[in-house]
Design a protein around this ligand. Structure first.
Ligand SMILES: [Zn+2]
Length: 190
């Protein structure tokens, strides 16, 4: 990942949220965002049999989502048979590619791999994480000692995404250090 990208992603995600009237503490709505940005979203169940079979590949791996070039724009294709939390993660990942203006042919998301290449995938994953649970939100939850389950509920994300954000945003680590420091300071006055 490019140096400084994580810092940029933090503020970019807050800007993207603000565009649809959300602060750092509400669940992100990728569908509202796509419609505000004029990005059409097509559901796999809307395609006719032949096209659908094309995306439900022979090796049995189901497509999660895809970016499909459409003139000068792009269409997001999503597999609406998957659980909603999973769909929201896929949507944010694809939206992140669009917002970051990644270059792509056709991007097929299967188990979070689009085939766009390392850096672009890593950046889309990281930005989508910030969209789903912003750094500020993770810190507020960490201060409140929220469990992964509580974080997942608060942001309408899967447990895996909540765990990843709570542990990798640095929120818990910083809070643990702050508490340890406070405990030391407090004990020195005893
Ligand atoms: Zn991707």
């Amino acid at each position: 990942m490019r140096r400084g990208f994580k810092t940029e992603a933090k503020s970019l995600a807050l800007e993207l949220r603000a565009e649809i009237g959300l602060d750092a503490h509400a669940p992100f709505d990728p569908y509202t965002f796509a419609s505000e940005y004029g990005i059409p979203v097509v559901q796999l169940s809307d395609l006719d049999g032949g096209a659908r079979d094309h995306f439900l590949r022979a090796d049995g791996s189901a497509l999660s989502g895809a970016l499909i070039p459409n003139g000068s724009g792009v269409v997001i294709l999503e597999n609406d048979a998957q659980p909603l939390t999973r769909r929201r993660t896929t949507m944010c990942h694809e939206l992140a590619h669009v917002v970051l203006e990644h270059k792509f042919g056709v991007s097929l998301s299967d188990e979070r791999k689009c085939g766009l290449g390392g850096d672009q995938e890593a950046e889309a994953d990281w930005l989508s994480g910030e969209m789903l649970i912003p750094n500020d939100g993770a810190f507020r939850l960490a201060r409140a000692n929220a469990t992964d389950e509580e974080a997942a509920d608060a942001y309408d994300v899967s447990l895996a995404v909540a765990r990843w954000r709570m542990n990798h945003s640095g929120a818990r680590k910083v809070m643990e250090r702050a508490r340890a420091k406070w405990a030391n300071t407090a004990s020195s006055y005893r």
